[in-house]
Design a protein around this ligand. Structure first.
Ligand code: PHE
Length: 344
């Protein structure tokens, strides 16, 4: 009987040694120490033993049971410790791993160009003025020397809301509004960026809604040469120091004389290319000396004060600067287009 018990002990300890999971250990426990297990089975036969043998075998059986129990316990602890270690190893954080990048947006190319232009003029002492997009006929036209029925109104096909209200066709009404606020006293030195609207069919170079940046300076002794100096500084800062400018006579109802400004082509430096349409010059903006009627209507004494104004389209400037071939790209919200303007 002792041999049998000894054999069972060795068998059980070997199985415990080989066990790979807590479940295996549980099975071994039930199999060897359970009520229906072989040890219990052996002990049941103790009745047949002699009175001398019984305590010896009984003690041996207890010893074996203890040995198996201790071994099970040790192995359980070892397996549990291994499990915790494995879990820790799995969950440990590698602080040297690079983080996941957060997708950052970027300024819309048009916004970026407008801010660049604004910064440039702010550095020359201008301030930014704004006005309403739904404008009265008076500020959009009349105060700018465009009385009702004036043929030059046809230059700007308008979205009228009522007889007297329209979506502004230019940011020039901000000129008139700002001058009024100065109550006839200079200096005035503003730029006014904003949206404008015209009844154009949209195509590669036209949009029914686009942006303008207007500039206005009114003070005593403001001369055409001041206008030229400001525009030349702007052209060089925006398109490169080596740019030359050229002023051509033009017509705007609210300026006299009026000019259009060209810059020497930044692509071919005047040799002729597709951007400058082989002329060497690129048209950038309209400008002129503020018409005395406009000054007077806004409450300035035109004998004392003079001024200049200019107006440009940031879309056109952005298109030239970045080689964009269709104005509609600015307004179609195509991420493939917009993402190209991400600053590194
Ligand atoms: N507002 C004019 C336009 O839209 C541009 C301009 C502004 C011209 C100021 C001269 C002076 O055509």
């Amino acid at each position: 009987m002792q041999d049998r018990l000894q054999a069972l002990k060795e068998e059980a300890l070997l199985k415990i040694e080989q066990a790979e999971s807590l479940k295996d250990l549980q099975d071994i426990k039930v199999a060897y120490l359970g009520k229906k297990g072989p040890i219990t089975e052996v002990l049941k036969g103790m009745g047949k033993l002699s009175a001398e043998e019984r305590p010896v075998v009984g003690a041996f059986a207890n010893e074996i049971r203890d040995a198996i129990t201790t071994s099970l316990q040790e192995k359980t602890e070892r397996l549990e410790a291994q499990a915790i270690e494995a879990k820790l190893a799995q969950e440990s954080i590698d602080v040297t791993l690079p983080g996941r990048p957060i997708a950052k947006g970027n300024a819309h190319p048009l916004t970026a160009v407008i801010e660049e232009i604004e910064d440039l003029f702010l550095s020359m002492g201008f301030t930014v003025a704004e006005g309403p997009e739904v404008e009265t006929d008076y500020y959009n036209f009349e105060a700018l020397n465009l009385p009702k029925g004036h043929p030059a109104r046809d230059m700007q096909d308008s979205f009228f809301i009522t007889d007297d209200l329209l979506l502004r066709t230019q940011t020039s009404p901000v000129q008139a509004r700002t001058m009024e606020k100065h109550h006839g006293k200079g200096p005035v030195k503003i730029i006014s960026p904003g949206k404008v609207y015209r009844r154009d069919d949209d195509d590669a170079t036209h949009s029914h809604q686009f942006m303008q940046i207007e500039g206005l300076v009114v003070d005593e002794n403001v001369r055409m040469s001041d206008l030229k100096g400001v525009l030349e500084t702007f052209a060089k800062k925006m398109f490169g120091e080596e740019r030359k400018i050229r002023l051509r006579p033009s017509f705007f109802p609210f300026t006299e004389p009026s000019v259009e400004m060209d810059i020497s082509c930044f692509k071919c430096s005047g040799k002729g290319c597709s951007i400058c349409k082989h002329t060497g010059w690129i048209e950038i903006l309209g400008a002129g000396m503020v018409h005395p009627n406009v000054l007077e209507m806004a409450g300035f004494d035109a004998k004392k004060y003079t001024g200049f104004a200019f107006g440009m389209g940031p879309e056109r400037i952005a298109m030239l600067k970045y080689g964009i071939d269709d104005i509609r790209h600015f307004y179609s919200n195509d991420l493939r287009f917009l993402k190209q303007f991400k600053k590194a």
